[in-house]
Design a protein. Structure first.
Length: 183
């Protein structure tokens, strides 16, 4: 379920009123801070009144597993779940802002993140994602130029989310390589 329309359908079925992109962003942000098994995707819906049926719960859990796999593998082609290219640019830009807002929400999570302990690169990504929450398309903008800018933002978000994930979830091999103790 890595397609926006599929995720939006599942979320609408359970009564989620926010953008599907915001949910996926929150999931990605939470995965940067927690192990997948510690995350209840239903809690990310941020609405206690929503109680998905077992099928919807299973689909959200599967999305969680797919997302963590793609975040962890730099060659896997992680992509934020955003509306397909056939959707108007204004709607896609709004969803991109919602994805970033969700990511920041998930990243903040239940465990306080001290940005001062993060690298300059991660702090810059968080700052940029905060600015992207205001993404929009203004009347009179050159659509061809804006399409190119949108594509660049999506790529930045894709890579940025993976970099945040990799910093907050160091690979075991990398930690072992830095160890001066031989076992």
């Amino acid at each position: 379920m890595q397609h926006y329309s599929d995720l939006a359908a599942v979320l609408a079925q359970v009564g989620y009123r926010d953008d599907a992109a915001a949910f996926h962003g929150a999931l990605c942000g939470a995965l940067c801070r927690q192990k997948p098994e510690e995350i209840d995707p239903v809690a990310l819906l941020n609405d206690e009144a929503i109680d998905p049926d077992p099928q919807a719960r299973a689909e959200l859990r599967q999305l969680c597993e797919q997302t963590v796999s793609s975040l962890a593998d730099m060659q896997a082609g992680f992509m934020p779940v955003l509306p397909e290219d056939g959707v108007g640019l204004g709607e896609r830009a709004r969803a991109l802002g919602a994805w970033c807002e969700g990511f920041l929400f998930g990243l903040a999570g239940r465990i306080k993140l001290d940005l001062r302990s993060c690298t300059d690169e991660v702090r810059e990504i968080v700052k940029d994602f905060t600015q992207f929450t205001r993404a929009s398309l203004d009347a009179g903008d050159d659509l061809e130029v804006e399409e190119g800018a949108y594509a660049e933002l999506v790529e930045y978000i894709r890579v940025g989310a993976q970099l945040v994930y990799m910093e907050l979830h160091p690979r075991p091999q990398a930690a072992a390589m830095h160890s001066k103790t031989l076992h």
